[in-house]
Design a protein around this ligand. Structure first.
Ligand code: DC
Length: 219
């Protein structure tokens, strides 16, 4: 059983790469960011202040989150598209510092991965969710390149975007994700660092697959 943890800042290419690696190795792909995005959307829609409190606990207790392949359902509603806006990125990052949210989602992520070969991407997979993963990757890239990729994705999805704004939000989200008190974005000591700034998706995938096969052979 092979478990691959891929962590890194937004726009480094984690989900595209994790999806491709999972499909080539016959593993399940689990996008943990989508879960924080869905909960962020729920908190935003409910209009409750993004702080820990009774209201948040109540809201989480009443929330039903279901992951089916690449689709995510919030209280039965397919929010797979709605969670992909720039605003949803910021709501996700904001809610991801709340202990009650992390407690729920980390438990759910461990449950989903139990007894299975998986590729899981996020911010704290190697350092917290799957600390005993066979392979840990920390995928990063220059922030300008990450912002440009995100900008291109938004345009390709038919959304309006401004490169300067996307860059500013990329930096703000990096800062928020790296400095939060609980399980911040960090490279695990035993993670392999990959910088995708000058690499193609194919090159990054090939490197991860090669490392995965080496780890499997060792196990
Ligand atoms: O990977 P993403 O951009 O979809 O993640 C959205 C936000 O969710 C990110 O800014 C921080 C948070 N997140 C987290 O705290 N821990 C994870 N394992 C995954 C995402």
């Amino acid at each position: 059983m092979l478990r691959i943890a891929i962590d890194g800042p937004g726009g480094a290419g984690k989900s595209t790469i994790a999806k491709r690696v999972a499909s080539e190795l016959g593993l399940d792909y689990i996008d943990t960011g989508a879960m924080y995005r869905a909960i962020g959307l729920k908190i935003h829609r409910a209009g409750i202040p993004a702080e820990e409190g009774e209201k948040l606990e109540e809201l989480l207790a009443l929330t039903q989150l279901d992951v089916e392949g690449e689709k995510i359902f919030l209280d039965g509603e397919d929010v797979s598209e709605a969670i992909r806006t720039q605003e949803a990125s910021m709501y996700a990052s904001a809610c991801s510092r709340l202990p009650a949210v992390r407690r729920e989602l980390v438990a759910m992520q461990r449950r989903i991965a139990e007894g299975k070969g998986v590729v899981m991407d996020g911010r704290d997979i190697g350092t917290n969710v799957l600390t005993d993963a066979e392979l840990k990757i920390f995928l990063t890239a220059d922030p300008h390149v990450r912002a440009k990729r995100r900008y291109d994705q938004l345009l390709a999805a038919g959304k309006e975007a401004d490169l300067e704004t996307v860059y500013a939000e990329t930096k703000a989200r990096d800062e928020q994700d790296r400095t939060r008190a609980l399980n911040p974005l960090a490279q695990a000591e035993d993670a392999v660092l990959l910088d995708s700034t000058d690499l193609t998706i194919d090159e990054v995938c090939a490197r991860i697959i090669q490392l995965a096969k080496e780890r499997e052979a060792q196990a």
